[in-house]
Each structure stands twice: as C-alpha cells, then as structure tokens.
Design a protein around this ligand. Structure first.
Ligand code: MG
Length: 253
C-alpha cells in the first residue's frame, strides 16, 4: 500500500467516525414557521437588474422621472442638465443600484468637480463627486452622507470611468400621531462603492443640508429618489432598485 493510499484510508475512517457521532446528536429546530423565500433570478452580471427589480433607467429614456426631459440621453446614458430629476414613484426600504461617471475633462476643484448626488427619500444625500485626487472636506467627498459622515475609504475611479453605488436604505419611522417630529427608528444607509463598502449601516442623523445641521422632518415612509443637478455634466446609467422586506416567521403557540 502506498503512503498516499494509507493516508486516504485513515482520513475516510475519521470522517465516518464523525458522521456516526453527529447521528447521535439531536437537531435543533427553532419551531418558527418560515415562508419560503421567493426565487429571484439574478442579472447576468452584478450590474444588471435581478428579475424582481424596478428598472428606473435602462439607458433609453427618463420617463420614470420628473424633470427627465431636461437631461440629455445618449449612447445608453443620461447626462445631468438643467435641474434635478425625481422618480415619479415612491419607495420605502430598498436596495438601489446606480452607475455614474464624473466628467472626463476635469474642471474645477473641491465641491465644484463632478458634483451630483443620490438623494434617498428625496432628502438624504449620498454624495457623488470626483474625489479622485481632488481634496474637499471629508464629509462632503464621494461616498459621504453629506455633512454627516465621510466614506470609510476613498474607492473612486478616475474621472470619466464608470462607477457603481449599491445602496441599502432603511427609511426612518416616525410617530404618525405626534405633532412634534418623533423618530421611532432612525434611517440607516449602507453604501458599496465600486464593490468596496464605504458606509456600513450608518445611522442617519436627519436630512443632509449645506447650510444647517442635520435634522429630521416627518415624512411618509415611501418617498421618491432624486438625482442632483449641481451644474456638472455627470453621467448616469443602469439605475434599478428592489424594495426589501424581511421575511416574517410564525412562532408556534
Ligand atoms: Mg452633491
């Protein structure tokens, strides 16, 4: 018997001994009755929408956006022009995929270079900026929650190159009855920038403002998504989202 074959037999014996031991153990079951997770067919690449996604922009037109007629559409992308665009539909908690490219021809500096933004619930800005070799205040650079927190790392690609955001957004919950703004649960944001996690379940402090501290204003759970016009011809393509909801299991009586 070769040394190799002997080793294989020893290993097989050890594995069957483990199998016998686990057969004696009692399997733990929570008793919770879970609904079966729905089958979703993923896109062919991570950029393409899965089968249950709402496609907000497929490169052809911005008909799902108010203000979209002002933006320029060409070669499968849209260019920021003349104002913000806001989705006609509203969404609560979601996974949002957005691709963008800051201008190839670099003009300006700081906040004046490739500035745009993805406003979750129409008021919480995930900053879009050319932060490739372009310094600005850190909580205003690309991937920041504007004036609330910088990205953990700078994962920007070069100007003109396509970049992606995969954003997980949990909308804040407010006490509907209360006259004052009573936050029952703050909003949370996770941002993956070009495959790199730059925000991990960040707790929103409220709306993101240029000229005042963050603060919450009561709003309905479902709100539109807005893309910012900041005067720079930033490009967008492949925008889709999936509304997300945790499965609810039933505990037996
Ligand atoms: Mg901006």
């Amino acid at each position: 018997m070769s040394m190799f074959r002997a080793l294989v037999l020893v290993a097989a014996g050890a594995a069957s001994a483990l199998g016998a031991a686990s057969a004696l153990q009692k399997e733990y079951k929570s008793g919770i009755v879970w609904p079966e997770p729905v089958v979703v067919t993923p896109g062919k690449t991570d950029h393409e929408p899965p089968s249950d996604a709402v496609v907000l922009f497929d490169g052809k037109d911005l008909s799902k956006w108010n203000g979209g007629e002002k933006w320029e559409i060409k070669d499968g992308y849209a260019v920021v022009k003349g104002g913000d665009v806001t989705t006609k539909d509203s969404f609560g908690d979601y996974q949002l995929h957005v691709e963008f490219a800051t201008p190839e021809v670099v003009r300006g500096s700081g906040q004046g270079r490739g500035n745009s933004g993805v406003f979750l619930a129409n008021r919480y800005e995930v900053q879009v900026l050319d932060s490739f070799d372009n310094k600005t205040y850190f909580d205003g650079q690309c991937g920041s929650l504007y004036k609330q927190t910088p990205p953990m790392v700078n994962a920007c690609r070069k100007p003109g190159e396509w970049q992606s955001y995969d954003i997980l957004f949990t909308a804040p919950r407010f006490d509907e009855q209360s006259k004052e703004v009573k936050v029952l649960k703050p909003g949370f944001v996770t941002v993956i920038h070009n495959g790199v996690c730059v925000q991990n379940h960040f707790e929103l402090q409220g709306g993101t403002y240029y000229d005042k501290p963050a603060s919450y204003a009561k709003h309905p759970l479902k709100q539109p998504i807005r893309l910012q016009n900041h005067g720079d011809p930033v490009k967008y393509r492949n925008i889709w989202l999936r509304e997300i909801k945790p499965l609810e299991g039933k505990k037996p009586q």
